[in-house]
Design a protein around this ligand. Structure first.
Ligand code: SF4
Ligand SMILES: [Zn+2]
Length: 369
């Protein structure tokens, strides 16, 4: 991957720009980022070495274009056609252009653009719902061969499923904001967009947590060097190549590791079978209780959006209910958090069987105590 910055400097036009890193970096060296100038690398794609070979030859062919400005900025109108000429010349590369000015795209394309160039990917950013609803309808109506949505910094909950359902979006990237004045990013927003992507079969990348990350209502301040690593470690990105069910099977936790984690939870480890539960178990036997577990999972958890989700499991009254709370199989939110099974989708037979196994493991173990 290489970066080509033909010009430098930009103007803030959108809430996502508030803490723009171009501005931050320039300020730190006493430079005015609102002055737009060509860089020394302006014609990098056509530069050659003494042997006559191109200098810009990243191994993977990917060139992130115009990362210290916006490719569709007014100030660059006089230079852009020349840049398109360079891009046209380098069909051996894949150019990625990220913009907050998708509304200027139509007036900025070269005359021979046609229905888009195959070696150019355009990413429209949308940091909040308002920007999404303004930009994405425009984006989807433009002649573009490869489209991507980037929500980074993500500033609120996003509902973009109708846009994803068009089948025209190849990838969605979400992430928090970095820097000293970073705004918070809530993990629920990330989860929500991921669910929408899974439903539409669109690849999803959780790129970075940002500096102020909210998870389960708790605020975490995350060091710069860990912001990408932690997002990656979360295993939260999604690749539909595997098929939704396979992707989910792929991330189901190993049951031994899961019960170790559950034991560490003060809340989960508090649950135990009562005297009545034990009497019930003795009377009915494990096979009958397993059948009940299967029924409960199917009727209360397996729908795409189960009724009263979050409150569908009583705290007592059946050994399986207690096991559900003890193992975080009580609702779809807990299943997603602890077992990586995305909410908002029907549970596969495989997932249901896994949950029943987890419940019966716990019941057998607790009954033996
Ligand atoms: S469009 Fe991008 S580069 Fe320009 S000010 Fe906004 S965040 Fe910065
Ligand atoms: Zn729950």
């Amino acid at each position: 991957m290489s970066i080509w910055n033909p010009w430098h400097g930009c103007h803030k036009i959108s809430p996502g720009c508030a803490n723009c890193y171009v501005y931050r970096r320039d300020e730190s060296i006493g430079k005015d980022a609102s002055v737009v100038t060509k860089t020394g690398d302006y014609d990098l794609p056509r530069k050659k070495n003494r042997q006559g070979a191109y200098k810009l030859t990243p191994e993977d062919g990917i060139v992130f274009t115009c990362m210290t400005s916006d490719f569709f900025l007014e100030d660059a109108d006089a230079w852009r056609q020349d840049c398109w000429d360079m891009i046209r010349e380098r069909q051996d590369l894949q150019f990625h252009i990220i913009t907050k000015r998708i509304d200027r795209f139509a007036q900025c394309i070269p005359p021979d653009w046609g229905d888009g160039w195959a070696h150019v990917t355009i990413s429209s950013t949308c940091e909040d719902q308002e920007r999404a609803d303004h930009r994405l309808p425009i984006f989807l109506n433009l002649p573009i061969r490869h489209r991507e949505i980037i929500s980074e910094p993500m500033l609120g909950e996003l509902h973009i499923e109708p846009y994803l359902a068009t089948g025209q979006i190849e990838h969605v990237v979400c992430g928090g904001e970095s820097g000293e004045h970073a705004r918070r990013c809530d993990f629920r927003w990330i989860q929500e967009v991921r669910r929408q992507c899974i439903r539409c079969g669109v690849p999803f990348t959780f790129r970075q947590t940002g500096a102020v990350f909210v998870k389960d209502g708790k605020v975490y301040h995350i060091e710069r060097r860990l912001q990408h690593a932690q997002a990656k470690k979360s295993g939260y990105s999604y690749v539909p190549g595997m098929g939704t069910a396979d992707a989910i099977r792929y991330v189901l936790p190993e049951r031994g590791a899961l019960s170790a984690r559950l034991r560490q939870s003060e809340f989960r480890s508090r649950f135990h079978l009562s005297a009545q539960d034990r009497a019930y178990l003795a009377e009915k036997g494990l096979d009958t209780v397993r059948r009940h577990a299967k029924d409960f999972v199917a009727s209360r958890l397996s729908a795409e959006n189960p009724k009263n989700d979050g409150r569908q499991t009583p705290m007592r009254g059946h050994p399986v209910f207690v096991a559900q709370h003890a193992t975080a199989c009580c609702c779809r939110g807990c299943l997603e958090k602890w077992h990586h099974i995305p909410a908002g989708k029907i549970l596969t037979a495989h997932e249901q069987a896994y949950i029943v196994d987890v419940l019966m493991d716990w019941i057998t173990e607790d009954a033996g105590k």
